[in-house]
Write a protein that binds this ligand. Structure first.
Ligand code: AP5
Ligand code: MG
Length: 261
């Protein structure tokens, strides 16, 4: 049954790689039609696939399991939030033209995309301006820069015992053009190796190879506690635990209804 929000929900999903951020995002979108979502990983993979200048730079970073530089991520997300109309200021404090993205990682093209913290934009209170950020921010620096742009009002920290995560990643298959995710043990495609909708071949994500996954996990372990502490101090952090996504979804839906229903 679909449900309606009566106030704007601006939700961040935080958690280890493979914890189910993408899975929970998809389920929340189905449950609450007023929500939309921005996945930093999907956005980056789209740029890699389309071989944009940004994608070309990000590709090797992602393939090694490291984090894409904050400056680049901030621009990418700010651009996405503005394009979708989630920031009230019509005049952006920085110019994000295709030329400014043409060499986003070079030192000479560095322009801090964020206004000083004393000029936050007022987000729309309308429930139709509700959105989820999946995978962004993931460093405390990204979080404090986001604060000066838009005030997020719920940060969901998803936790699952680590041994379950690697097993999930090893059985994850994706349909790259659409971003549809399958798992041979959890939501297998109807025909093995093929996308349910297009019948095209499924592939593995480049960064799901075990060595790269362990590197991603290491980055997560290094950056996550300062990130959680940032939101704990702002009193918007809520933690949910579960062995499986099915266990987590009803708790998450209940919390969203409690806060925004
Ligand atoms: P990103 O794409 O965000 O990857 P991630 O955080 O490592 O997380 P995943 O997408 O792997 O997992 P998920 O939590 O979404 O889990 P899912 O639902 O798919 O980032 C990729 C890279 O981009 C980063 O390494 C970095 O380089 C860069 N990047 C992105 N954002 C950045 C940022 N802000 N700053 C800097 N760099 C950034 O579930 C996983 C699997 O489990 C699926 O196969 C699913 O089907 C399966 N599953 C789900 N539930 C169950 C269940 N109950 N039982 C069994 N399997 C299940
Ligand atoms: Mg994901």
């Amino acid at each position: 049954m679909q449900m309606r929000l009566s106030r704007a929900a601006r939700i961040i999903l935080v958690g280890a790689p493979g914890v189910g951020k993408g899975t929970q995002t998809k389920r929340l979108l189905e449950k609450f039609p007023q929500l939309t979502a921005i996945s930093s990983g999907d956005l980056l993979r789209e740029n890699v696939r389309e071989q944009t200048p940004l994608g070309i730079k990000a590709k090797s970073v992602m393939r090694s399991g490291k984090l894409v530089p904050d400056t680049l991520m901030l621009r990418l997300i700010h651009h996405e939030l503005s394009t979708r109309g989630f920031l009230s200021r019509t005049h952006s404090p920085f110019i994000l033209s295709s030329t400014s993205l043409s060499d986003p990682l070079s030192a000479t093209s560095f322009v801090d995309p964020y206004p000083p913290p004393n000029t936050p934009e007022t987000p729309s209170p309308s429930p139709s301006s509700s959105f989820i950020l999946d995978g962004f921010p993931r460093t405390a620096r990204q979080a404090s820069r986001l604060d000066s742009t838009v005030d997020m009002n719920l940060v969901v920290n998803i936790t699952t015992p680590l041994p379950a995560l690697l097993a999930r990643i090893q059985s994850r298959w994706v349909h790259a053009p659409s971003g549809r995710v399958y798992n041979t043990t959890f939501n297998a495609p109807r025909v093995e190796g093929l996308d349910d909708v297009t019948g095209e071949k499924l592939t593995r994500r480049d960064d799901d190879e075990t060595g790269v996954y362990l590197e991603r996990l290491k980055r997560f372990t290094e950056t996550n506690e300062p990130l959680l502490e940032h939101y704990r101090r702002k009193d918007v952090l809520w933690t949910v635990e579960g062995e499986t996504s099915d266990e987590i979804t009803p708790k998450l839906v209940e919390e969203v209804v409690r806060r925004f229903g």
